[in-house]
Design a protein around this ligand. Structure first.
Ligand code: BLA
Length: 299
């Protein structure tokens, strides 16, 4: 390590170039304009006086919201970049969720399916069939990260990259390559997407996105850290109005309407992330993208 102290091991690494790539690359496909959210959610320093949080948000003709939160702290980096299509499109949601601490990296990279790909075949065929080789390539380079919140699997696609690794330049390069390839694959989908005109399909897309957002807004693993950095009130605003913007706008159903299994005896939401528990020690899709365990339907 050149001139870096022991506590600074991972600070040579930054997710900024991922963001630069995403914003630059999309320009060849569509025209981004800043989101009105940008005014309230931008840059700030964490309560520890050292962490920097940066929030960026944009819209485009087919994109309801492209938003990104990055945190650079003391030996810690976070990237949470997601792109949510407008409800007139049933496109997958681009999802890059990377947490880097001194000794570990936790990675979810996926084109999260808007509709179920576990019990249903049509949506899987439509969007993932051609992407299976891409998924297989990175499943080898960035192997399955072991057991995780079982409920999360409903929101993942057959090409999801769920991995954990110790800091290594080589792994970061592979992750950057995967990020670029997944993002480009997603941009191709958005290029090809035709606007839905059937009102009932648009309603169905909107509700599916709302259900997804309600899950993530309630059970986001980053909440504790955000609360520590910016205080409880602003952390909640970031989660509900920025990261998972749409929870208030896209529908009226509550978390428990969608996920009644989380209801506790007193009627409140069970605070546990998982009711089923952690599972899926190994990657639960075969090499053709078939889910191997069929207990987890979504609709
Ligand atoms: C851990 N983040 C995780 C884990 C997953 C995800 C699966 C492993 C723990 C688990 O099994 O739940 C990510 N889970 C997802 C994603 C979906 C999902 C993307 O269901 C989508 C449907 N993460 C952030 C931000 C921070 C963050 C903003 O997005 C920090 C500010 C941190 N993620 C974070 C931390 C952990 C984690 C600290 C490990 C701690 C823990 O497991 O609670």
């Amino acid at each position: 390590m050149r001139g870096t102290g022991p506590g600074k091991k991972s600070s040579a690494f930054s997710y900024k170039k991922f963001i630069d790539f995403a914003l630059e690359e999309i320009k060849g496909h569509t025209s981004l304009v800043p989101s009105p959210l940008q005014e309230k959610f931008n840059s700030l320093k964490g309560n520890d006086g050292r962490s920097e949080l940066e929030m960026l948000s944009f819209e485009a003709p087919k994109v309801r919201l492209l938003r990104c939160l990055s945190i650079e702290g003391d030996g810690m980096q976070v990237l949470d970049l997601a792109v949510f299509p407008r409800p007139e499109f049933d496109l997958p949601i681009f999802c890059a969720n990377f947490f880097t601490a001194a000794n570990t990296n936790i990675v979810v990279l996926d084109l999260n399916p808007l509709h179920c790909v576990i019990t249903g075949n049509d949506y899987k065929e439509k969007y993932y069939r051609d992407l299976i080789p891409l998924g297989l390539k990175y499943a080898e380079l960035l192997p399955w990260g072991g057991k995780l919140t079982s409920e999360s699997l409903r929101f993942f696609s057959p090409i999801v990259i769920w991995t954990k690794f110790s800091p290594s330049q080589n792994k970061y390069s592979t992750l950057f390559a995967a990020f670029k390839d997944y993002y480009k694959a997603w941009l191709k989908l958005i290029d090809q997407a035709a606007e839905e005109t059937d009102a009932s399909q648009i309603v169905r897309n909107r509700e599916a996105q709302h259900k997804y957002l309600m899950w993530r807004a309630e059970k986001d693993p980053g909440r504790q850290l955000l609360r520590k950095l910016v205080g409880e009130a602003f952390a909640e605003e970031i989660v509900r109005s920025f990261l998972f913007n749409g929870v208030h706008e896209l529908g009226n159903k509550t978390f428990l309407d969608y996920y009644p299994e989380y209801k506790s005896e007193d009627g409140s939401i069970n605070q546990k992330r998982s009711i089923i528990g952690k599972s899926f020690e190994d990657r639960p899709w075969d090499s053709e993208g078939n889910f191997l365990i069929t207990v987890l339907g979504r609709e």
